[in-house]
Structures are given as C-alpha cells and as structure tokens.
Design a protein around this ligand. Structure first.
Ligand SMILES: [Zn+2]
Length: 158
C-alpha cells in the first residue's frame, strides 16, 4: 500500500512540474502541442485538428472498447484471488468464486492428485446423500450406481 501512495505522490509532483513548466515557458510548449496535434500552418482554425489528431478520436474509442472487452474477459475467467493471473477453473464456496489450483482451499497450493480427486468426490457424494436423506455405498464405483441390478436377474441359476 505504501508503494501505491509513493507512486501517487511522484505522479502528482510530475504533473505539477509539467504545469509549472508550461506556465513559465508558454510559447515552446504551445508550439510543440500545435505541431503534434496538427493545428499549425493550416488554412482554418480547426481544419488541422479535425484532419489530424481529431480524426483519431473515434479510433481511441474503438481501442477503449476493445480494451474494456479484453479486461472483462480476463476478469471473468481468471482466478478470483487478488493479483493472481492464472485461469480459474475450480469453483469454491458453492460457485461464488472460481479459483486456480494454487489458491483453491481444497488443493493447498498443489495440483490435485488422483487420490485427492477421489477423496473429494466421495465427500461430495456423502454430502449430497446427507442432504437428500439417502445412503451411499462409498466402496461402490460411481459407474455402477446408474442402474441397480437385482441379485437374481441375470445371474446363472445354481
Ligand atoms: Zn489463483
């Protein structure tokens, strides 16, 4: 936070120095601005502006729109941890946040291993079963849970 305050103070001092320099030495600064804005040696007072710098105003708007769109896309898909630029693919807090594996509380800064994925999946199933009042057989593979089969339906008769 201190470096931001220092940067703000340096910026304000630079702006004040530029304004004071402009006021103390008006003519060269105005001439430099006139040349770079395209409003010197032109037949009309605003012709040079609109055929020079002023014609770029719409392009600045387009660049601003593109910049805003890119910013919004980055904010939508990156990790919600402040100052993290990774892509957030793991929902946290019931989907309120999307975090990268380094900042997701379940992963503790490491990429999820197969064991962790399996454990979290079992905990999720247990949680859902507790919510809906059903029991879950945690030893049964998930792929076998689609259609329960009666014990004597397809087996050989002994
Ligand atoms: Zn992150």
């Amino acid at each position: 936070m201190r470096w931001r305050l220092a940067l703000l103070i340096v910026g304000l001092v630079a702006v004040v120095a530029l304004v004071v320099g402009w006021v103390l030495d008006v003519h060269p600064v105005n001439h430099w601005l006139g040349v770079h804005l395209g409003i010197v040696n032109e037949p009309g007072p605003y012709y040079g502006f609109w055929s020079g710098f002023g014609s770029d105003l719409a392009e600045f708007g387009i660049i601003g729109v593109i910049g805003t769109a890119v910013y919004q896309l980055v904010k939508k898909f990156n990790c919600h941890e402040p100052k993290c630029l990774r892509v957030g693919t793991h929902p946290a807090a019931g989907g309120q946040f999307v975090l990268c594996y380094r900042h997701h509380p379940d992963y503790q800064g490491r990429k999820p291993t197969h064991d962790l994925i399996e454990r979290l999946h079992r905990e999720h199933l247990q949680h859902n079963a507790a919510l809906h009042g059903a029991s879950v057989d945690l030893q049964r593979p998930v792929t076998a849970s689609a259609a329960p089969v009666a014990p004597d339906a397809a087996g050989p008769v002994a």
